[in-house]
Design a protein around this ligand. Structure first.
Ligand code: CMP
Length: 131
């Protein structure tokens, strides 16, 4: 099974790309595609379609377009659920220690990583970033 992750602008700015990818690799997931890119406002609208009408969307758009991100496809058994567990809950303040957000984030917006939330989302999101 495959899933999509994005290492968001705060992960790149803070020099945490290697540390975060290492977590996934050590778990046994394989990186099968990877690239660095910058979000345009149009890409933000496409990727975050379900959040466009939410009150936090303007701030989310500002953040996700603020610098380069790393997009990757991870492959492994139950990859969608396993990656979500490794990443932890959205809010870094509530995320438990041992999760990526729990160890490295103090924010519900600047939370370092995006991970597809279902196999359907994974398929849609992998197409957006890798065709
Ligand atoms: P992500 O998993 O990429 O999915 C949607 C993103 O919106 C989320 O991570 C956060 O970066 C951001 N987000 C979600 N909820 C909020 C919120 N209440 N306030 C600000 N940003 C949020």
């Amino acid at each position: 099974m495959q899933t999509l992750i994005l290492l968001k602008p705060d992960a790149v700015e803070r020099g945490l790309v290697g540390a975060i990818l290492k977590r996934f690799e050590e778990k046994g997931l394989q990186i099968v595609r990877m690239k660095m890119l910058c979000f345009t406002p149009e890409l933000a609208q496409q990727h975050y379609a379900e959040h466009v009408s939410k009150p936090f969307y303007p701030a989310l758009k500002q953040y996700i377009t603020s610098g380069p991100v790393v997009a990757a496809v991870l492959d492994g058994v139950e990859a969608v659920a396993v990656v979500r567990q490794l990443v932890g809950p959205t809010n870094g303040i509530e995320a438990p220690p041992g999760t990526i957000r729990g160890d490295y984030s103090l924010s519900n917006q600047r939370n370092l990583v995006h991970a597809s939330d279902s196999p359907e989302s994974a398929e849609r999101e992998i197409k957006i970033f890798f065709g």
